[in-house]
Design a protein around this ligand. Structure first.
Ligand SMILES: Cc1cc2nc3c(=O)[nH]c(=O)nc-3n(C[C@H](O)[C@H](O)[C@H](O)COP(=O)(O)O)c2cc1C
Length: 330
């Protein structure tokens, strides 16, 4: 059976990858991921803020935010709180490349165009086979329109793409008025993959201490549904590899994501919970499911439950919504 997938133009033995996470900070864990069958290793992100700090430009953030909000500088972690500084990050790519035989994928994370995009090229030079770009951003300024934000994002993608020859994947948030249109714009720039989605960390409020408590909770399988919806819509609309990230915990989650149209799935929370070896459980489970159902290749499964062949996906989604509300009974 052929589980091979075209992932951003890289030929991977199968589509189940560890996603960006701190698992890559230690070489022994990276080796465990490879032993568990990881077909590639995705680095955690190197952040715009971290790079700018490192270039002795602390005033960059201070000046930028102090004008509007005096406390803002204290929000950012100190540079020693990041697991790896920019130079260490590049060295870690080299170390991982030497330690494993699978491709290493770098990750950059930023939201304002600046010198940090030059790191795309440095990550390539350090030996990364591809790059992820994560533009985690929450709009809070009412004067900035959706169009302004999208233009800014496209400008960043263009700058990063212009710096590299290796494939580029963009990790998106689910919050777009028209995700299909934005994906089309990314494709025009030459983006090779779309990662659906960034996971937004929701703060809570402690009603006793009157403090906002940032909490990083690991995901649940239920979060996959949002990914399934958009994979199903985007499959067939773009040549870029669609990659699911968020809520892949069990073998059936992998199967659903591929059926919806994913060319690859990334796993983080369940590896953090159960260890790198959980990847092997997912790979084995997926392989045996494919054998039992007599699928001879991934391509036959991929997109089989997408909306690609639906004559009017928009009407179908609307009809499903109406039906669901109408048939509900107490
Ligand atoms: C502790 C932790 C660190 C993460 N670090 C990064 C990161 O550096 N860059 C990034 O793009 N995503 C990062 N993520 C997000 C994951 O790559 C992934 O998109 C998200 O956790 C959803 O997948 P999951 O449901 O399998 O956890 C991180 C997630 C966790 C839990």
């Amino acid at each position: 059976m052929n589980l091979e997938t075209d992932y951003l133009g890289l030929k991977l033995a199968h589509p189940i990858l560890p996603g960006a996470s701190p698992l890559v900070d230690k070489l022994d864990r990276v080796r465990r991921l490879e032993d568990a069958g990881a077909p590639a290793i995705v680095m955690h992100s190197l952040f715009e803020e971290q790079i700018e700090f490192d270039q002795n430009a602390r005033h960059y953030h201070r000046d930028r935010h102090e004008e509007s909000f005096g406390e803002a500088t204290s929000y950012f972690p100190d540079d020693d709180e990041f697991a790896l500084g920019p130079d260490e990050y590049l060295k870690q790519i080299e170390r991982i490349r030497d330690a494993v035989s699978v491709p290493v994928i770098g990750s950059l994370n930023g939201v304002r165009l600046g010198g940090w995009v030059d790191y795309a090229n440095m990550i390539q030079k350090a030996g990364a086979a591809a790059l992820e770009l994560n533009m985690y951003f929450l709009p809070t300024d009412p004067s900035e329109s959706a169009g302004d934000i999208e233009r800014r994002m496209l400008e960043i993608v263009r700058a990063v793409k212009g710096n590299i020859d290796i494939p580029l994947a963009v990790k998106l948030s689910p919050f777009f008025s028209s995700l299909p249109h934005f994906v089309q714009e990314l494709e025009v720039i030459g983006v090779d993959g779309i990662i659906l989605f960034n996971r937004f960390y929701q703060p809570d409020i402690d009603i006793n201490s009157l403090e906002v408590t940032p909490s990083l909770e690991l995901s649940h399988s239920s979060e996959l549904r949002q990914r399934l919806r958009w994979l199903a819509i985007l499959f067939g609309q773009t040549k870029a590899t669609l990659i699911a990230s968020g809520g892949v915990h069990k073998t059936q989650d992998v199967i659903k994501a591929i059926m919806a149209g994913a060319g690859g799935v990334q796993v983080v929370s369940s590896l953090l919970k159960f260890g790198p070896e959980h990847l092997q459980t997912l790979i084995k489970g997926f392989t045996s499911w494919m054998e039992q159902r007599e699928y001879d290749s991934l391509q036959r499964l991929r997109g089989s439950m997408s909306l690609h062949r639906a004559p009017n996906p928009e009407a179908l989604e609307r009809a499903n919504y109406l039906r669901m509300l109408q048939v509900w009974r107490t």
